[in-house]
Design a protein around this ligand. Structure first.
Ligand code: C2E
Ligand code: CA
Ligand code: CA
Length: 712
């Protein structure tokens, strides 16, 4: 209700104006909005305002805060029960200077003066002393409390009439204040019921409590607009007498929402934890268990006293790196998934089949009657070829088996034994399983010892070079020598197949390679200088090609020995081309640009196909001895050999066949127009001091071949 300064000249002052003015009570006439139309002299005196200030102002300024709806209630009463006398209402008035004082108000309605007017008489009750004053004090406190609480409060008398309410009640229920002034409470009830989700039960509760005057209740009410109220109801008593019922409503929507949010957050957290747990125990690629699960299960199995056997199978795929490098990571992943599928198929009763990472798997078997049969079955089953995007792959694996026997062992020891056995299986030629044997530990110790020895080998002068001649049947003479590293360790030879991989792993291969090259150039320089068509072939590892100055070092070494770069051949295996590094290609290109040639060693043993050959920066292919060894009588048809040679020739490459041991093999390859031959038939690799011997042997073998093939 705003201030409406309305001049009311049109208001016809009654004749008893004088009485009004002389009244000891403050008299006020209010319009519908609560604005003061008339105020007498007592009113000015009581409230401390001049008459001009009073006229047109809202009467609320004359009441203490908690009592401002008292006039509304009084008005509602007068409308509802026009014929009944209404007792004066106890209020607190407010003086202009801010002081508050106890007062009572009485009212009557004038509705024959145009618009309805509420006539109020106000009398200070400050003169009352004792319990009365205390009561008033308490009343005012109560009323003030009622208005300042956040709860909406409604008091219904035992006769079913509204005995009191606060502003908050009206706001919370969006009830227009004039509805409360109406004669019936039906319109207000309609507003209330229109908002709640379940009007029937709302009403039922009201009815129940109306019947049972003594009852207390507490429930919650859901609103259509999503709000939630708590509803409390208790009897209103004066002494022991029940005079009505107090309803109080509290908006708990924010609390409920916070609770719901907290519950949702908890549910989300639980779901996430579940997901994390699943992830923590599962290998995401293959769906197999992971290392953590395996370890936990192994420890558990070893603690189980009734278990007679606990077996651990450790598997590692053979040459998996090549699949990844050559065919790409997707193919690698496909292979791992296929391998896991087969493993699970072979092991329906395994306790755990887990992937440890990379291409390593592990199996735990307890109470398994024949673990070796199962191991054999896995090796066989895994070796069945399958195709990925048109390329046929034949997975193979090396597997170590370790078991607890009479003397119990710990989990880590068992795993270590399986690991040692697995390495032994690899060393024994892969695609197999081996059961752990204590001797294998000795082998492990030997390997470590070997590595330490290799570190000192060059400094101790233990590295030397053997030379093996390569002949040209067309020219009828030795055209090339391949340099092969040798390690003479304390009067016994460590085979290159053992120390070269060791050197590659430790990086020592760089020094060894340089040493081999230096010795080779030193020994062969004069032989090479006699005939520019002669050449020296050297093996180069992928590790060496990672060096940024590899090509420059080779060329510098050759130059200092007076050997032309065009007389050098670098033998590399095809795997060097698939290590992501572009430096490899750069180094080889630099060497080729200087005139050196590149030979693809061990051709046919990798995963590459003949078709890939044309993309590689090579000049020579060396057909691996496994293909040559397929020639036995010389009468067999071996299309693989002829197509390799034809393919290479059609790409402008020359072909060397390795591992020629028999005349039949030599003749077979000569017939296929293989350019060069190498093998024990001509000469074993020989040390430098037997160089002439090697040359002589090779020459003699060539002569024999020529005489036999002759003009027949
Ligand atoms: P590779 O490059 O394929 O060398 C040919 C291997 O075949 C040599 O084994 C040689 O002795 C052997 N061989 C030659 N003719 C015959 C034959 O008629 N029958 C049979 N069965 N074998 C024959 P070796 O000397 O044991 O070398 C093994 C491997 O070690 C070499 O294979 C090569 O990959 C590597 N290697 C040797 N020296 C070096 C080196 O200086 N650097 C690098 N990176 N690798 C080397
Ligand atoms: Ca070679
Ligand atoms: Ca070879």
């Amino acid at each position: 209700m705003g201030r409406s300064r309305r001049q009311n000249n049109e208001f016809a002052a009654p004749a008893f104006d004088v009485f009004l003015e002389a009244s000891p009570d403050a008299l006020l006439a209010l319009d519908e909005d609560g604005a003061i139309l008339i105020a007498n002299a007592s009113a000015s005196r009581l409230f401390g305002y001049s008459r001009d200030e009073l006229i047109g102002s809202n009467h609320w300024m004359l009441l203490s805060e908690g009592f401002r709806n008292e006039t509304d209630l009084l008005h509602a009463r007068l409308v509802a029960q026009p014929d009944e006398p209404q007792p004066p209402r106890e209020v607190y008035g407010r003086h202009r200077d801010g002081t508050e004082f106890a007062a009572e108000i009485a009212g009557s309605l004038l509705d024959d003066v145009g618009s309805p007017v509420l006539l109020l008489s106000v009398r200070s009750t400050a003169h009352r002393t004792g319990p009365d004053a205390d009561l008033n004090e308490a009343m005012s406190l109560l009323a003030a409390t009622l208005e300042s609480t956040a709860d909406g409060i409604l008091v219904i008398s035992s006769e079913g009439k509204i005995a009191g309410l606060n502003e908050q009640f009206l706001t919370m229920w969006s009830i227009p204040p004039e509805l409360m002034k109406a004669a019936s409470d039906e319109p207000a009830m309609r507003v209330i019921l229109g908002q709640v989700k379940d009007p029937e039960s709302f009403l039922a509760r009201v009815m129940d409590l109306t019947k049972d005057a003594d009852a207390e209740s507490h429930d919650t009410i859901d609103f259509l607009d999503g709000r939630t109220f708590e509803r409390y109801s208790r009897p209103q008593k004066v002494g022991d007498r029940i005079v009505g019922r107090v309803w109080s409503f509290r908006d708990v929507t924010p609390r409920r929402m916070a609770q719901e949010q907290a519950e949702q957050a908890l549910a989300d957290l639980a779901a996430q934890a579940e997901q994390l747990r699943a992830m923590a125990f599962k290998d995401p690629l293959t769906g197999l268990a992971n290392r953590a699960v395996f370890n936990a299960e192994l420890v558990r199995a070893l603690k189980e006293p009734r278990l007679k056997s606990v077996d651990v199978l450790l598997l590692d795929l053979d040459d998996f790196k090549e699949v990844n490098d050559i065919l790409g990571h997707q193919a690698g992943d496909d292979m791992l998934v296929e391998v896991s599928r087969r493993l699970r198929g072979c092991l329906p009763n395994a306790d755990v089949v887990a992937r440890l990472g990379g291409d390593e798997f592990v199996v735990l078997l307890t109470a398994c009657p024949d673990v070796e049969a199962i191991a054999e079955c896995i090796v066989r089953c895994l070796h069945v070829p399958f195709s990925i995007e048109g390329t046929v792959l034949r997975p193979s694996l090396s597997m170590g088996l370790a078991s607890i026997g009479k003397d119990a062992r710990g989990a880590s020891e068992l795993l270590r034994e399986a690991d040692v056995a697995m390495y032994a299986a690899k060393a024994a030629g892969k695609n197999r399983f081996l059961r752990f044997h204590p001797d294998m530990m000795t082998a492990l110790v030997r390997r470590t010892d070997l590595e330490a020895g290799l570190q000192l080998a060059i400094a101790r002068g233990e590295i030397s070079v053997d030379f093996q001649p390569i002949v040209s049947p067309r020219m009828g003479r030795v055209v090339e020598f391949e340099a092969l590293a040798r390690w003479n360790r304390e009067n016994h030879r460590v085979p290159p197949a053992v120390f070269i991989p060791l050197a590659e792993r430790s990086g020592l291969i760089n020094e060894i390679g340089t040493e081999v090259m230096a010795q080779s150039l030193q020994h062969l320089a004069s032989w090479l200088s006699e005939d520019p068509s002669r050449s020296l072939s050297m093996n180069v590892s992928g590790v060496q090609l990672q060096e940024l100055d590899f090509a420059e070092n080779v060329l510098r070494l050759a130059e200092t020995s007076g050997v032309g770069a065009y007389q050098l051949v670098m033998e590399v295996t095809e795997s060097v081309f698939f290590d992501a590094d572009c430096n490899v290609i750069k180094q080889l290109s630099r060497l080729r640009a200087a005139g050196a040639r590149v030979a693809l060693d061990d051709f046919g043993t990798g995963y590459s196909s003949l078709g890939r050959l044309q993309d590689l920066p090579v000049d020579i292919v060396k057909i691996d001895k496994t293909f040559v060894s397929m020639v036995r009588t010389g009468a067999e048809r071996l299309p693989i050999l002829s197509s390799m040679i034809n393919m290479a020739h059609s790409l402008g490459l020359t072909v060397t066949a390795e591992g020629i041991e028999t005349e039949e093999q030599a003749n077979y390859l000569i017939a296929l127009e293989c350019d060069s031959l190498q093998g024990y038939l001509f000469s074993h690799p020989e040390p430098a001091d037997r160089f002439e011997h090697a040359l002589k042997n090779a020459g003699e073998s060539l002569d024999v071949l020529a005489s036999r093939s002759g003009p027949s």
